[in-house]
Design a binder for this molecule. Structure first.
Ligand SMILES: [Fe+2]
Length: 261
């Protein structure tokens, strides 16, 4: 028994280290495939709210069940889906918040790389809370009042441009490839130009982190405070196939700052 007492608790070994100034942190000395006790789960949830994206380098294949178990740390998981990348529209350069064309976009997403190309095909995430914070006060006032039309295969719906994160209370900008125009603004060119203007603040390089995939990498992101996009810089056949398994957790209706007038 004595040797077991000498083993440090697993929860004390996990370390969280930022990999960029405003978004993204690597979790080391912790392997999600080994399971996760409640103390570690709390630490991971706190880390995700703070850093928006967590990277777990070079893990063994979690399998659908293991990945679902990791996702359950952060929310209510949906069934796993295996795919070659994000099927985002080309608008906004491919930048998007998953499911912004639905009433309840996913809250948290968990992705594992099953196979990756030898080079290229990185993914970039942007911090939409930092984007809001960085707006000049005059633009923040405008953002607080606008609603945006998001279009998808099932039609068009509207979300507030500035929303309140349900857990942190931070204000975030909700835009991305599904965002078409400012709702209720009859001047079409202006309605679209305003979307581009605010989207430009989201994707400023200072608000982003870029991840070069290696096989087995697991990434968890807070879909309520981020956008992401794939970097389509290689013909995937020449560099090797990219296959990813995604488990998304249920999210709520994006909250407006105030009732719509
Ligand atoms: Fe996506």
């Amino acid at each position: 028994m004595a040797h077991r007492l000498l083993e440090p608790p697993r929860t004390r070994t996990a370390r969280v280290e930022p990999v960029a100034g405003r978004i993204g942190a690597a979790v080391t000395d912790f392997r999600p495939g080994d399971g996760c006790d409640e103390e570690t789960a709390r630490m991971l949830r706190r880390a995700l709210l703070r850093h928006k994206v967590l990277f777990f380098r070079g893990q063994d294949d979690l399998g659908p069940a293991g990945q679902t178990a990791l996702a359950a740390v952060f929310g209510e998981p949906s069934p796993p889906v295996v795919r070659s990348g994000c099927a985002a529209p080309r608008r906004a350069g491919g930048w998007h918040t998953d499911g912004s064309d639905t009433m309840r976009p996913p809250g948290v997403s968990v992705l594992q790389a099953l196979s990756v190309p030898a080079y290229g095909g990185d993914t970039v995430w942007a911090n939409t809370a930092a984007a809001y914070d960085g707006l000049p006060p005059e633009l923040r006032e405008v953002a607080d009042r606008l609603w945006i039309e998001h279009a998808g295969p099932d039609g068009v719906l509207e979300h507030p441009l500035a929303t309140v994160h349900p857990e942190t209370g931070e204000r975030v900008l909700l835009l991305g490839a599904h965002a078409r125009r400012v709702a209720g603004l009859s001047a079409e060119a202006d309605a679209e130009a305003l979307v581009r203007l605010f989207q430009g603040h989201v994707t400023a390089l200072e608000n982003t982190v870029r991840w070069r995939w290696r096989p087995g990498d697991v990434v968890v992101w807070d879909n309520r405070a981020t956008q992401h996009r794939d970097v389509r810089d290689v013909a995937e056949r020449s560099a090797g196939e990219r296959r990813l398994r995604l488990v998304a957790c249920a999210g709520g209706v994006p909250l407006p700052l105030r009732p719509r007038s």
